[in-house]
Design a protein around this ligand. Structure first.
Ligand code: PRP
Length: 178
């Protein structure tokens, strides 16, 4: 897989440091709230499992899956709920875990959905935030890195389902997807 990467943007060590910082911030804010950590599948799995291990507090975990990209590099615009939560979130404090916020459509859809179910609060922790690509107004409260508009893979981020297991985040060579 390495041969398809143009440049490493964040190394394993960079990601680890960001996870420690964000885990500590979340611990400070949620240590007495027994939050529900909602991992947005599939890309958010790596980030979620690293973050929760930095949080020394009671928490529960649950999973949701929506689809917004359909195999290519462009967002389709429509969001489908693929897998719903299996826990009642009424009056619960929710932390959404995302690998990346790009157009913001996915995050807005999930935030609105969980708020409509009576969550006490819904905040978002995203490893990567691409604010220049935003098409809907939404923000993540806890962010690892603000990133440029490049096509990134690794540490959960995929292209056509592959590259997620790279331990770093890198820029995919354009000839791979053109
Ligand atoms: C990716 C990523 C975010 C979303 C961000 O998910 O994990 O959930 O896109 O894009 P947006 O801000 O433009 O909505 P994707 O739908 O590709 O699913 P995946 O995590 O299974 O790859």
């Amino acid at each position: 897989m390495d041969q398809d990467i143009d440049r490493i943007l964040y190394s394993k060590s960079d990601i680890n440091k960001a996870c420690i910082r964000l885990g500590q911030e979340l611990h400070q804010a949620y240590h007495d709230k027994n939050p529900v950590i909602v991992c947005v599948l599939t890309g958010g799995v790596f980030f979620t499992t690293d973050i929760v291990r930095e949080m020394d507090c009671n928490l529960e975990m649950n999973f949701i899956d929506v689809s917004s990209y359909h195999g290519g590099t462009e967002s389709s615009g429509s969001i489908d709920l693929v897998r719903d939560l299996d826990v009642d979130i009424k009056d619960r404090d929710i932390i959404l875990m995302e690998d990346i916020v790009d157009t913001g459509r996915t995050l807005k859809y999930i935030k609105d959905l969980l708020s409509s179910r009576g969550a006490a609060s819904v905040s978002t922790c995203a490893l990567l935030d691409k604010p220049t690509s935003r098409l809907v107004e939404v923000r993540a409260e806890y962010v690892g890195f603000e990133i440029p508009s490049e096509f990134l893979v690794g540490y959960g981020l995929d292209y056509k389902g592959i590259y997620r297991n790279l331990p770093y985040i890198g820029i995919l060579k354009s000839d791979v997807y053109t």
